[in-house]
Ligand binder design. Structure first.
Ligand code: 8IG
Length: 271
């Protein structure tokens, strides 16, 4: 069975279990963002991704696989909690399965959130940055493999407007305090060397992370509008004096959680 058929099956199962006929927006919650999502209100249903076709279990501590459904100002929202990554040993298609499933369940807007390293010394830990564009350094693509089946767009996806200009303008109007940056997606799970960060900076990146880029491509292929929001959790290697520490990264997320939830609550109704 191809990835698109797997996602269609999973979307039918999700509809049945959640009681939600169709979604408008899907938000993939990165580390740090999940804690804040409670600001969006009580979910009407919580579905374990282990009960849905094609989902693999997250292996990262603090990421359990769930899809929460809720309504916000008449908007039907799905929250994906427990993203999976390439560095867990997953394929690009497994990484993109939740996004493909929610788009199959009706979502036409995809909000990808993440925690990342910051290259720009003026945007320290705790800063939220809107992703303007990305550099995919993972060496893979969710479009790799056989041609998509009949009825789907070409695998040679145009990424000119990957992070939709329309959505970035909406964010700029609603939250003018947020700046934009270019996100470089590495495979990880090790953090970069200072030389790699110098390279990413020379390429034009201001953010570095291990997620988001593949999901964005898969969503664009399915003609969804993509918005990317990054929480800078640490300075990238060599940008500040000290070494990187995974615990510090997690703490930065917890610290910012409240304001991230409020930000999402402001943005979702206007997207
Ligand atoms: I949080 O400094 C977080 N995720 N690649 N580099 C990469 N991913 C990250 C980093 C970082 N911080």
């Amino acid at each position: 069975m191809d990835h698109f058929e797997l996602a269609r099956l999973a979307s039918e199962e999700l509809r049945e279990q959640s009681g939600v006929d169709s979604y408008d927006v899907v938000i993939v919650l990165g580390s740090g963002w999940r804690e804040g999502a409670s600001a969006l209100g009580e979910p009407t249903s919580v579905v374990d991704t282990s009960t849905l076709t094609g989902f693999v279990a997250p292996t990262v501590a603090g990421h359990n696989g769930q899809i929460l459904s809720l309504r916000l100002d008449g908007c039907s929202v799905a929250l994906v909690s427990g993203r999976v990554h390439l560095y867990e040993g997953n394929s690009a298609s497994q990484v993109c399965h939740s996004v493909r499933t929610l788009i199959a369940a009706g979502a036409s807007k995809v909000v990808l959130t993440n925690a990342c390293g910051g290259i720009d010394p003026t945007k320290g830990p705790g800063t939220v940055v809107v992703i303007k564009d990305h550099i995919n350094l993972t060496g893979t693509s969710p479009m790799e493999g056989p041609s998509p089946p009949e009825g789907f767009g070409s695998r040679f996806v145009d990424l000119t407007d990957l992070y939709a200009k329309r959505l970035r303008e909406v964010v700029h109007t609603t939250a003018p305090e947020l700046s934009e940056g270019v996100y470089a997606g590495f495979r990880g799970p090790h953090y970069e060397t200072p030389a790699e960060i110098t390279m990413a900076a020379a390429m034009g990146a201001s953010l570095v992370g291990m997620s988001t880029v593949l999901e964005a491509i898969a969503a664009r292929h399915l003609e969804a509008e993509v918005l990317g929001l990054s929480l800078v959790s640490n300075f990238a290697a060599g940008v500040s004096a000290g070494p990187l520490n995974h615990l510090e990264v997690l703490e930065a997320g917890q610290h910012a959680a409240g304001s991230l939830g409020t930000l999402l609550a402001r943005l979702i109704p206007v997207l």
